[in-house]
Design a binder for this molecule. Structure first.
Ligand SMILES: [Zn+2]
Length: 492
């Protein structure tokens, strides 16, 4: 990738806040960034308003539509894309692959569309890849990927004038193909890596599959790779996608949802027709009531609804940045997992990748809050269990859930057991993440994780005698401990 393009400032889980330098228009885009999709033929909110009113630094439009529409084609060649759209920020262009997926063919070649994107002044071009839909056979996905790879290689040789180029990562729902496609594209030195053909999964709310393909893509890429999620529509899933490692999103949802009277929130979608109150304080929602908005002309109503939808999307990106900065991104993900049952599946899928997340997750953050039955999956717990091998330990050790118990004096060495982490030397109680705030009534999965930690410690020290003093922990959980661990119930 182009040297010095991406400067990572903060990170949490796989999410990062970074500065993305877009050389052709000399713009620095702060990531995670939301790229509103601009239909060059139909603008619900004009690009100049996106810049002036919403502070949007980057947008995406479709170079294929511009190329195939005479007056747009001539204007774009004559005056450039930035003048055509009247937008001062960075402009990424798509290539017609979406039209290829929708209509089965497009009237342009790979070199023609790259030359065109260069000629109109695109900042980030996209090759004409093959967007393979989900669930196709392995053979079909592999053949499509072969064509995409050949086109990527060709496209890379055609780049001119500081234009950056993206490499859409395909492979359908076949995880190994996604990972291989990502590592091949990364080796070729592309600048941005969009996760391709995710739209059918996103529109069907298959967030679990989306997470799995993002994580596979990330495994194939270096840390400096900028990852883009094509068509990430709904703001309720932005935190999830960022935590999985996406830096850029594009979405037409703000406009498309408004067209059908839908009002976006981070907790799901509402219908303007059915609303009595707005749960939002953006400039639109604090100026109008739902009924006042409905009484406006259809065009005005649609455009104000699109503005609200955009405010919600951009405000969620800001919340995500705040969360990354303070190290609470996974807590935000847990909160968003309550927005929809499919989001719960998606968030669980992310936490199942905790071993992968742990590799990038910062060692120290703000206080760990155990806020849901997903918290015990967090990468901090995996890391704590890994770190157990670093400690020296004596011959006779008490592990206890209560450090003020009178039995402590009978033991030379005492470790504290705190769910969901498990055992650690008492001296570490004031270090991250062991300072975690946990509820008084913690769920059984968190106890299970703590017991898994004890089992790890025991297996590391076969010569040590361990006693575990607990307070009414369920038998079901205690039974999973190695037989050698002596048990004391402090509450009996
Ligand atoms: Zn609003």
């Amino acid at each position: 990738m182009t040297q010095g393009l991406f400067d990572i400032k903060d990170s949490d889980a796989n999410g990062r806040i970074g500065n993305f330098r877009v050389p052709r228009s000399n713009v620095i885009v702060e990531t995670p960034a939301f790229l509103p999709v601009i239909n060059p033929k139909l603008q619900t909110i004009s690009p100049s308003e996106l810049a002036s009113k919403f502070n949007v630094q980057i947008l995406i439009t479709n170079s294929y539509i511009i190329r195939q529409t005479d007056h747009l084609h001539h204007a774009a060649i004559e005056n450039g894309l930035h003048k055509l759209l009247d937008f001062p920020g960075a402009i990424m262009t798509d290539s017609g692959s979406f039209q290829l997926a929708e209509y089965g063919s497009v009237d342009v070649t790979t070199s023609e569309i790259i030359h065109f994107q260069n000629a109109i002044g695109s900042d980030i071009a996209t090759p004409l890849d093959i967007p393979t839909p989900p669930d196709v056979s392995y053979e079909v996905a592999k053949l499509d990927l072969q064509t995409t790879s050949e086109r990527l290689e060709l496209s890379k040789t055609l780049v001119e004038n500081d234009m950056l180029i993206s490499a859409p990562i395909q492979g359908s729902t076949h995880i190994d193909l996604r990972e291989k496609a990502a590592s091949d594209a990364y080796a070729l030195g592309f600048d941005v890596f969009p996760v391709g053909a995710a739209v059918p999964l996103l529109t069907q709310y298959r967030f679990q599959d989306v997470v799995n393909i993002i994580m596979a893509t990330k495994r194939g890429l270096g840390l400096d790779a900028i990852v883009h999620l094509f068509g990430a529509g709904h703001p309720m899933m932005f935190a999830l996608a960022v935590a999985a490692g996406c830096d850029l999103f594009d979405s037409a949802a703000y406009a498309l949802y408004a067209r059908r009277g839908s009002y976006l929130t981070t907790e799901g979608t509402k219908q303007l027709l059915e609303m009595d109150h707005f749960p939002c304080h953006c400039p639109i929602c604090s100026t109008y009531t739902p009924s006042e908005l409905r009484d406006l002309s259809p065009n005005k109503c649609e455009s104000l609804l699109a503005e609200h939808n955009l405010y919600v999307s951009l405000s969620e990106i800001n919340k995500i940045k705040v969360a990354i900065k303070e190290g609470s991104l996974l807590e935000l993900v847990e909160l968003r997992s309550r927005s929809h049952p499919a989001m719960l599946d998606g968030c669980k899928a992310l936490f199942r990748h905790s071993i992968q997340l742990e590799k990038q997750d910062p060692a120290v953050k703000g206080t760990f809050f155990h806020t849901s039955d997903l918290s015990h999956y967090r990468p901090e717990i995996i890391r704590h269990h890994k770190n157990l091998s670093r400690f020296r330990i004596g011959k006779n050790v008490l592990l206890t859930t209560n450090t003020s118990s009178s039995i402590l004096s009978n033991y030379g060495e005492v470790w504290y057991v705190k769910p969901p982490f498990g055992p650690f030397p008492i001296g570490l109680s004031h270090t991250y993440p062991l300072t975690a705030e946990i509820p008084n009534h913690i769920d059984i999965n968190a106890l299970q994780q703590a017991v898994a930690g004890i089992s790890t410690l025991v297996s590391l020290h076969p010569q040590t005698t361990f006693t575990f003093a607990h307070e009414n922990w369920p038998q079901l959980i205690l039974e999973t401990l190695p037989d050698a661990v002596k048990l004391i119930n402090l509450s009996s």
